[in-house]
Design a protein around this ligand. Structure first.
Ligand code: ZN
Length: 91
């Protein structure tokens, strides 16, 4: 089984923003190496406070929220693939 972690991410669809906790395939989307440990991160948007997890990868690549593989009912997919296919996030 590949390693996964449950992290809170920022997912955008047009103007709408969600910060769901999702299960993510814990490997760098660029090189496939292990990713770093998630850290709590607070941010303010449109006057509301939100939290998410951020992390740095030992390989130096930045894994953006729209590049990571998120677990869904149909396997691991990127956010773009999830939006295009209309599957529900498996959370
Ligand atoms: Zn990498």
């Amino acid at each position: 089984m590949p390693e996964t972690k449950n992290v809170q991410v920022i997912l955008r669809n047009g103007w709408s923003m969600r910060t769901p906790v999702v299960e993510v395939l814990w490997e760098c989307p660029v090189c496939g190496g292990p990713m770093g440990d998630p850290k709590d991160h607070g941010f303010c948007e449109d006057g509301d406070w939100h939290r998410c997890d951020i992390w740095e990868n030992p390989c130096g690549h930045v894994a953006k929220y729209d590049q990571i593989k998120i677990k869904t009912s149909k396997g691991f997919m990127t956010w773009k693939e999830i939006l295009e296919s209309g599957v529900d996030l498996h959370v």
